[in-house]
Write a protein that binds this ligand. Sequence first.
Ligand SMILES: *Cc1c(COP(=O)(O)O)cnc(C)c1O
Length: 487
Amino acid sequence: MFQEEKLIFEKSVKGRKGVHLSFNENKLNTVKPSIPDAFLRNNAAELPEVSETDVVRHFHRLSHWNYSIDEGFYPLGSCTMKYNPRINEILSGLSGFGNSHPSFPEEISQGSLEVFYNLSEALKQITGFPACSLQPAAGAHGEFTGLLLIKKYHEIKGNTKKNKIIIPDSAHGTNPSSCTIAGFETVPLASGEDGRVHIEDLRKTINEETAGIMLTNPNTVGLFEKDIKVIADLIHQYDGLVYCDGANFNAIIGQYSPAKMGIDVMHLNLHKTFSTPHGGGGPGAGPILVSDKLSPYLPVPEICFNNGIYSLDYSNEQSIGKIKHYFGNFGVLLRAYAYILSLGDKYIASISKLSVLNANYCQARLKEHFDIPFVSTFCMHETILSDSRQNEQGSTTLNMAKALIDKGYHPPTIYFPLIVKGAMMIEPTETESKETLDEFIDALIAIAEEIKQGESFASAPQKVKVTRLDEATAARKPILKFEEENE
Ligand SMILES: *Cc1c(COP(=O)(O)O)cnc(C)c1O
């Protein structure tokens, strides 16, 4: 399909220009730029001299070397790489929002403030919590903010000894790091055989120094912590607080109210569950929702609505303060609001129904061909395979992931969670059809069959632009600029 590809520098022809500026160059020369001489360039930059067509083709071609959700199925576990409706992009780009500035006075920001207010109200209604802050910029930032609230709670109560947070080994990796950054000590808790937290193990770990627990629910092995209320009650007996990592909320949204499970603070990943495309390092939003115990300390400003007017209130002296400039990542919040309104009460629960159904469908069809830990139960929104069977036959999870690339798929998350040997974590999300899932499952089964016949896939992928990399060198010593090969 590709003709012999020349790099843009190799296409350069001296004197060729993409654009001819039509202004009067003599006139331009009379304008002296206010840049100090020392910083002015003496020689022209070494840029490829190419036509506009060359440039357009170059960048368009590069864009095809990447894989994206718009091209195909992206089962990257834990990341919720789902299709996000384009309408939300359009709405978040409306000029009234796009051209507003967060420093505008409240009188002319009423529309934007209304969106903040209404989104907070919607998230409170969906989760059952009495209070919300939209400020955190991502999931991990929400964790950090929630932990600062926990810290403040203990400070105000004079609980000076409470400096430890219990984190099960089925938690997301950001949990222990947020905990450390917030100044707590992490106490790991091993999951039971069934991949869940056991109350007897927790009893042995908890003590007077326990400031709280951070639970991911559903946890990173795709299972629901069904004893969460009992766990929360035990933590509360020690005046500890319960943090719930709610990044996997697409598995449970609309089914029940997290607030009723004894949780004190929970973040949501709007860039997973609520419509902002996730990945590529773009902006996110990790709002937190809190119980009455923690609401007095939420970040300022609070967005208020009185007598038909929206306003910002900075007066709360007990607040942990501001944790983000202005009020949060507005574009992401807008998309989430549009998404919630477009689904409404009637359809919001279909997110969780379909994401769980899709994951269980994958699990059911794959379980004969792969070892699946904890398969005795249904999974939530993701299923996890282990490579133990394929190991005996001479292959590995890494090789299978690379083989999937040759079959046109982005691989699932691999070697995470750590508690499953050679894990492959598949999150199909709610937006994929049965046909897409079947094609993907068939591809995985075909790989397993070939491994049985003696193929190891040690040199896959072969059919893509970049074949097998030395990943450590690629990460540590990346070559990021054009270097002419000296032959
Ligand atoms: C993605 C994720 C996070 C972190 O969210 P970021 O927005 O990437 O900081 C935390 N916990 C879980 C379970 C996640 O899946």
